[in-house]
Design a protein around this ligand. Sequence first.
Ligand code: SF4
Ligand code: SF4
Length: 126
Amino acid sequence: MTKVAIIRCEKNEMKCPLTNCFKCLVEKKEGFAGYDDCFLTGVFTCRCPGDKLTDLANILKSKGTEVIHFCTCTFAKKTDAGWDATLNGFCENIDTLIERTSKASGLSCVKGTAHLPKGYDVEIWK
Ligand code: SF4
Ligand code: SF4
């Protein structure tokens, strides 16, 4: 059983209650497809400019989290043809922030949760 947490972007916190993120986690699909089984240890909201992410990751780690997933909407945009990773999501610095968070906390970090864009190979920082 892998203990996973989700970090979302403040720019979406009043628009999406993580419905599809949770659905995919429970059903082990999309960004969570690699797990035989997984358990949600918590959810945090990133706030610009993202300088608290290390603190948030360390709190998640203290609660047993092994892997942090960053929401798909941080790096991809919804279009009529589906989610597109070639268009920016909410965060233009998400790769840098994920890398920094993984290095500082020692946790694996995964870029993606729900509705992965077509052709996108899930990126993992270990
Ligand atoms: S990835 Fe999708 S379901 Fe998850 S918070 Fe973003 S818009 Fe909502
Ligand atoms: S730093 Fe990026 S992920 Fe964090 S709140 Fe700002 S835009 Fe969203």
